[in-house]
Design a protein around this ligand. Structure first.
Ligand SMILES: [Zn+2]
Length: 232
């Protein structure tokens, strides 16, 4: 079995999808880039039945490399994204309910929360409709996300794709996009019920929030010591 550590991690991350309410039955999948290809969930296997060994290894043209199982039906999409966006090391796809409800309306999720400015640097973009199976979906994801701050896209009438340097980073974006999609949906319900508007965040404030979250927030690695020979 090749890439045992990546397989273990992919298995562990897949179990987070049902735990976070992002998937129903066998829908949803995560992939990881490995040298010259990718590892991805097998098609039509329930999350309880998944194993590290069952993750399917394909090349970047979505051709299976020694596996008894068929890969996810979304493999061509994942492969296309890895081919086009070399910085991407992990991809998550879900039909998580609130984000997909936004996708059904065909509109971006507007940036009305500081958490959205932090995480997505603005609205979560909605891509156009694309049929499943070929490379149409991958092409639409790449068209919208290339050079975009957001690691997440909702696709019209379909669901969510998120990208990250690692599969764990892409999973975090998938969890966060569902969380903000729910809150913003609730905000619009309240606004409709009370006759008050949902308040947008000014673009300059979005930029400042995104910069702080990206560059200042959280734990930083210790700065390099100016004189490397001197050790305590
Ligand atoms: Zn889908």
């Amino acid at each position: 079995m090749n890439h045992p550590d990546v397989r273990e991690e992919l298995h562990r991350l897949h179990l987070e999808l049902p735990r976070n309410g992002l998937v129903t039955w066998t829908s949803g999948n995560i992939s990881a880039r490995v040298d010259g290809g990718l590892l991805i969930k097998p098609s039509g296997v329930t999350f309880e039945a998944l194993t590290p060994e069952g993750m399917v290894h394909t090349d970047l043209d979505a051709r299976v490399l020694n596996s008894d199982l068929s890969p996810s039906s979304d493999t061509a999409t994942h492969a296309y994204i890895y081919r086009e966006l070399p910085q991407v090391g992990g991809i998550v796809h879900t039909h998580s309910p609130y984000a997909t409800a936004w996708a059904a309306t065909g509109q971006d999720i507007p940036c009305v929360l500081t958490a959205m400015a932090d995480e997505f640097g603005g609205p979560v973009p909605c891509g156009g409709f694309a049929l499943i199976g070929g490379e149409q979906i991958g092409a639409e994801v790449v068209r919208v996300l290339r050079g975009h701050r957001s690691p997440a896209i909702i696709l019209q009438s379909h669901g969510v794709f998120t990208i990250g340097r690692t599969p764990a980073a892409a999973l975090k974006a998938a969890v966060m996009v569902e969380d903000v999609a729910r809150t913003v949906a609730l905000a619009f319900q309240l606004a409709a019920a009370t006759g008050t508007p949902v308040l947008p965040i000014a673009p300059a404030d979005i930029d400042q929030l995104y910069d702080r979250y990206t560059n200042v927030y959280g734990q930083r690695p210790a700065p390099a010591t100016p004189n490397a020979e001197v050790r305590p």
